[in-house]
Design a protein around this ligand. Structure first.
Ligand SMILES: Cc1cc2nc3c(=O)[nH]c(=O)nc-3n(C[C@H](O)[C@H](O)[C@H](O)COP(=O)(O)OP(=O)(O)OC[C@H]3O[C@@H](n4cnc5c(N)ncnc54)[C@H](O)[C@@H]3O)c2cc1C
Length: 427
């Protein structure tokens, strides 16, 4: 008996994961559609015009693990420039600011923290908070707290040590002068995507799955869900019947944290090295930021805030962010910088209803949540998105890979006929 579903597969979300899924489905020759709530493709990969003649990325920017990142060869094959400039990390600056000995001590403390987390991961736990692995009065705890915020969006006492130790990256980080969001958009070209179609309900009671959107209803044999965890756990999409409790709990155990990007135009004389100068604004307190001055030699500063400070500043608005960042720049570069920078744009991922945060971290004790989140249900509902990746979470290439894997699993289940062909559509 043949299927009455319109599509083999419906993909929910057109971020990096949804685009990866779509490309795999197209490659497999399956019928599918991607449903996206926003009026644009890319999700947390979002390139905008700065208004100054170059683009800015409000979400992902770095091709992390670039030497093994699957998006690097894809970008090159599409003629998209990949910038391999590598002399920009903060080491020289930090050394100059702190002195050789103190900087070595800070670096060793960070290495020690991650070595302890890796040892726990290798031993199979216990899965404590990262903050449990460093003394509460440790000299560098404020600085490591700030780093934790930039890396995870959470605080040291909120983040699973074992999960973070599973992050499997290489130290090679490249960039895309035209923007990471622009690359995801290019990769999406030609895919069947319905924009401005927020999914409200996924009804999987019948053999055919019905997906209700603000722009009508579609039916499919399989669904690939790439919803961000805060959206999935928040119940914005009504699953009929409910998702199993452990699936929702897994999404809740992998919250998207707070990370905020602010872009300041440099209107006065350039300061610091002419290109790609990265610095921690300070080392003595948690409330600080990571600055990237003159990225690609452009007249702009990207200020990066993480954790509680990011949440507070996002709520406070652009002027408060700019004021804080200007103070940090003046602290680092001298008071002559004041009045020479002006805010262009900032991200606002916490308040974004289609994301609800920046990227996922696991709560202490929840290092196994990524596998739970990724597991398909009845070989009909498949799950992808950065939070489902056990080694590449919180990245765009991890999301893309997860989308490929979920789509391939969906295609395999269709080929195997794991579910009998539907006899009726869902009413
Ligand atoms: C500030 C910031 C900096 C970052 N920096 C980097 C970096 O340098 N390098 C890196 O690799 N990664 C970085 N990341 C992480 C990276 O952007 C994400 O991991 C990745 O883009 C997530 O892709 P995704 O497809 O899993 O989720 P998303 O991109 O969030 O895609 C999910 C899609 O689902 C859609 N959606 C939500 N609800 C519905 C609904 N009801 N119906 C239909 N569609 C819906 C959303 O609109 C979205 O398009 C950064 C992220 C942020 C926020």
């Amino acid at each position: 008996m043949s299927s009455t579903a319109e599509f083999d597969v419906v993909v929910i979300g057109a971020g990096a994961a949804g685009v990866g899924a779509g490309r795999a489905l197209a490659e497999a020759g399956r019928s599918f559609v991607i449903l996206e709530a926003r009026d644009r493709v890319g999700g947390r990969a979002w390139t905008r015009d700065s208004g100054l003649g170059f683009p800015i990325d409000l979400g992902c920017e770095w091709l992390h693990s670039a030497d093994i990142n699957p998006l690097v060869p894809l970008a090159r094959a599409l003629g998209v420039e990949v910038d391999e400039y590598g002399e920009f990390w903060a080491t020289k600056w930090n050394t100059a600011k702190l002195g050789e000995a103190a900087h070595a001590d800070l670096r060793d403390s960070l290495t020690d923290l991650f070595s302890k987390a890796a040892a726990l991961a290798a031993a199979g736990g216990p899965d404590v908070a990262l903050g449990d692995l460093i003394a509460s009065d440790h000299r560098w705890r404020p600085s490591l707290e700030a780093v934790c915020g930039w890396m995870t969006g959470g605080r040291l006492d909120q983040v699973s040590a074992v999960d973070l130790a599973s992050f499997d990256d290489t130290p090679v980080n490249w960039r895309l002068p035209a923007g990471y969001g622009a690359l995801i958009k290019t990769l999406a070209q030609g895919l069947p995507i319905r924009l401005s179609a927020p999914v409200k309900c996924i009804d999987w009671r019948g053999k055919t799955i019905a997906v209700e959107t603000a722009r009508g209803r579609v039916t499919a044999e399989r669904v690939v869900v790439t919803l961000p965890t805060n959206v999935l756990a928040g119940g914005a999409v009504d699953f009929q019947p409910d998702l199993p409790a452990e699936k929702v709990a897994a999404a809740g155990d992998l919250p998207l944290g707070a990370d905020l990007k602010l872009f300041l135009a440099i209107e006065g004389a350039p300061f610091g090295p002419p290109r790609d100068h990265q610095l921690h604004s300070r080392f003595d307190r948690v409330a600080c930021c990571h600055m990237h001055v003159h990225p690609f030699g452009r007249p702009v500063v990207t200020a990066y805030f993480g954790g509680d400070l990011a949440g507070d500043l996002e709520a406070a608005g652009l002027d408060a962010m700019a004021d804080f960042a200007e103070g940090e720049l003046a602290f680092a570069h001298g008071s002559s910088v004041r009045g020479t920078v002006a805010p262009i744009a900032a991200s606002g991922w916490l308040a974004d209803p289609w994301a609800g945060g920046a990227y996922s971290y696991a709560r202490p004790g929840a290092a196994g949540a990524r596998a739970l989140l990724a597991a398909p249900i009845e070989d009909r509902l498949f799950f992808a998105g950065e939070a489902t990746s056990e080694g590449d979470f919180a990245t765009a290439h991890g999301a893309y890979r997860s989308g490929l894997a979920a789509a391939e699993a969906a295609v395999a289940s269709l080929a195997e006929g794991a579910v009998p062909a539907p006899t009726s559509s869902v009413g």
